[in-house]
Design a protein around this ligand. Sequence first.
Ligand code: SF4
Ligand code: SF4
Length: 290
Amino acid sequence: MLKKSKGLKSRLIELTKFEIKDLEGPSSEKVKRIIPKVFNTVRKAISTYKKEIKDLPEGVQSAPQEFWDEIMVQAKKLGIDLIGFAPIDEDFMFENDHVGGIDVLYENAIVLGMEMDYEAIDTAPEPPAGIESLNIYAELGEATNKLTAFIRSKGYRAIGCHPLGGPILYPAMAVKAGLGKIGRQGLLITKKFGPRQRLSVISVNISPLPEVVQEPVDIEQYCKKCKRCLNLCPVSAIYDEPIVKENGVVTRIDGEKCIEYFYKTMGCSVCIKECPFHKIGYKAQFYARL
Ligand code: SF4
Ligand code: SF4
């Protein structure tokens, strides 16, 4: 069955608003290489989607375990660090996917994550952190497109959703897939990388999904006490008390405040850098019990 948004609003990230004109030297050269790659991978995702919806399938396909095993191998080869599976939740779908123009998804999702470089993120809010963030949009975008093409080459129907923007709330989907929990700053926190990953989704017309046991992630107790991201956000964009909407969707950030600074600094990332799950790693959690 096709899934459609129930009206959740999205925030557009516009690559043209990044203040790259002020960059000089190697940073500028890097950005000049990365931005076209981000655009190309977005374009590829859009054109594949347009082909996909020309002839939408009736009914759902099923796949053997060997197919899912192949997906795991391919994902690893493509540099994907995290993979999980969950049904698409229409409450998490955006009314408008400004980036990819995707307005329908298939029943189920493969949720993907790619690590951002520790040292680069540790420079936030200086340009290397933002550049790494853009770099992973490009790298994960490319890997998502390739894995989507692989699934389609096996005769299954799939819609690849680019990590930049996308038609669905990726962190919420990642939680459903058992990859981690959401921190105060609204980011997915995983055991492996803390908040230091980008996410994407491939929606597939395949059911059932494989049963994968994910390790439990427990951050809530620590997060409640910590508040580092909240106190250190340069523009105080993180709410002390999240806003919970009727449909259960939670807003943790004042998007207007965050996005302005995000553009100015090429991707900010202070709330990633300052999170103990990035700095210390998952063992930070044990301090919660002290
Ligand atoms: S990205 Fe920067 S501005 Fe946005 S919430 Fe995080 S620390 Fe604040
Ligand atoms: S900085 Fe602290 S409060 Fe913020 S997400 Fe990380 S652990 Fe939670």
